[in-house]
Design a binder for this molecule. Structure first.
Ligand code: ARG
Length: 434
């Protein structure tokens, strides 16, 4: 129950980083001799080699990774190993390890999100003139270019990237180490030196807040929950689009699987999982809010429950971003199927109504007239362009040509190809300004 070694061992790189900085600072502050510092650093190298090589002898009695490292250090270099924990508590130590871990992983997330966004932009670039229906209520609404649709995800991802960049910098700006158990320490330490070595912007100004704070875990989980929610919408669309009913896309085999019984099937498993992953991280976020809720200051063992949700979120986000990138990179879009679906000319109903409006008719009246035309065409089972009606003059009929529906949407941020090209350039520029 008490032990966390089963999961917190993955913090060892951060734990060693923090310990090295701490040992150097203790020597600089005159708390340790240079010889003791060098012996500790040598020992930490030995421990690192064992951990990295998978030969580290974990023991049943190690409560957590921090105790395991100190125990092994002392086995390897003798009693001087016991000096490492001078002027330090596991409370400020674990807060520091977690902050370093969150910073490392938020940085990784920024890179992976960037890679997916770049792939989406590259695929969008190849499909600037491919039309498909845009949907509302999952009903065909207005045609858009595929590039425009894919770029919608790029803007979501750029916001995600910003959120993780914030987590990697501002959420973990303050160094907890040096706070001791909660009240500070009885030695003249130099926390600024440790902050500088470990890449923190400043020293946490309040030792009580320093050991109680896990906001950065909430921030990472929140950013991950939002990013995964975006990916769930991408996953859902890939599932729909790869169905026979839509037939808009063929997903790469590497990200699909066959059925164990139905030979004709190719299941979009990875896209389905992408669709399904977000709620567990949303749940982890809600769960960890629950852990911190009304928790008295300062450190309480409850806070050990920060680790599994965070680690799970990191792994879930990593695999999801990889899968999304692989699926988008390898997707084969069926341009003809998309174009056929987009050429249902009922989709131009709004454009015809807008034509009447431009001629001075109130929109509500135009909406009524065009609604009547649509009903007639549907009742007769013919496309709108074949309907004979006094309301469909030459100019209105010209609007029933597919390309005009798209190219007339030339407002800023609209789907006209000139606007989409401008958007591609803007997305590229945003990606370059990391
Ligand atoms: N394993 C603990 C955690 O993850 C480390 C801190 C323990 N501190 C203590 N005073 N028991 O939170």
């Amino acid at each position: 129950m008490n032990t966390s070694l089963g999961f917190d061992r993955r913090l060892w790189p951060q734990d060693l980083r923090g310990s090295r900085a701490h040992a150097r600072m203790l020597a600089a502050a005159g708390v340790l001799s240079p010889a003791e510092r060098d012996e500790l650093l040598r020992g930490l190298d030995l421990v690192e080699a064992e951990l990295a090589g998978g030969t580290f002898p974990f023991s049943e009695n190690d409560e957590d990774i921090h105790m395991a490292v100190e125990r092994r250090l002392t086995e390897l270099i003798g009693p001087v190993g016991g000096k490492l924990h001078t002027a330090r508590s596991r409370n400020d130590q674990v807060a520091t390890d977690m902050a370093l871990f969150v910073r490392d992983e938020a940085g990784e997330a920024v890179k992976r999100i960037d890679a997916l966004a770049r792939t989406l932009v590259a695929v969008a670039e190849q499909h600037v003139d491919v039309a498909l229906p845009g949907y509302t209520h999952l009903q065909r609404a207005q045609p858009v270019y595929l590039a425009h649709h894919l770029l919608a995800y790029v803007w979501m991802l750029l916001r995600d990237r910003d959120r993780f960049a914030f987590v990697a910098s501002r959420s973990v700006a303050a160094l907890p180490l040096g706070a001791g158990a909660l009240a500070g320490v009885n030695f003249a330490t130099d926390r600024g030196m440790v902050a500088e070595e470990l890449g923190f912007d400043h020293v946490a100004p309040n030792s009580i807040d320093a050991v109680s704070n896990r906001d950065f875990v909430l921030d990472y989980l929140g950013a991950a929950a939002t990013c995964l929610t975006h990916l769930s919408r991408l996953g859902a669309e890939l599932v729909l689009w790869s169905s026979s009913e839509f037939g808009f896309v063929r997903l790469p085999d590497a990200w699909s699987s066959g059925s164990s019984i139905m030979p004709q099937k190719k299941n979009p498993d990875a896209a389905e999982l992408l669709r399904a992953k977000a709620p567990r991280v949303v749940g982890s976020l809600a769960g960890f809010y629950g852990v911190l809720h009304a928790l008295p200051l300062t450190y309480n063992k409850d806070m050990q429950e920060d680790k599994e949700p965070l680690f799970d979120a990191v792994d879930t986000l990593t695999v999801s971003l990889e899968a999304a990138e692989g699926m988008i990179r390898g997707a084969e879009f069926d341009e003809e199927r998309m174009a056929a679906a987009a050429s249902d000319d009922l989709i131009a109903a709004t454009d015809i109504a807008d034509l009447y409006v431009k001629r001075g008719m109130p929109f509500r009246e135009a909406h009524g007239i065009v609604g009547g035309l649509v009903r007639e065409a549907v009742a007769a089972g013919i496309p709108l362009r074949e309907l004979r009606s006094e309301h469909l003059d030459e100019e209105a009929r010209a609007l029933l040509e597919r390309s005009s529906w798209l190219e007339s949407k030339d407002s800023e941020g609209g789907t006209a190809s000139g606007r989409v090209r401008a958007q591609l350039a803007a997305a590229r520029a945003a990606l370059a300004s990391a």
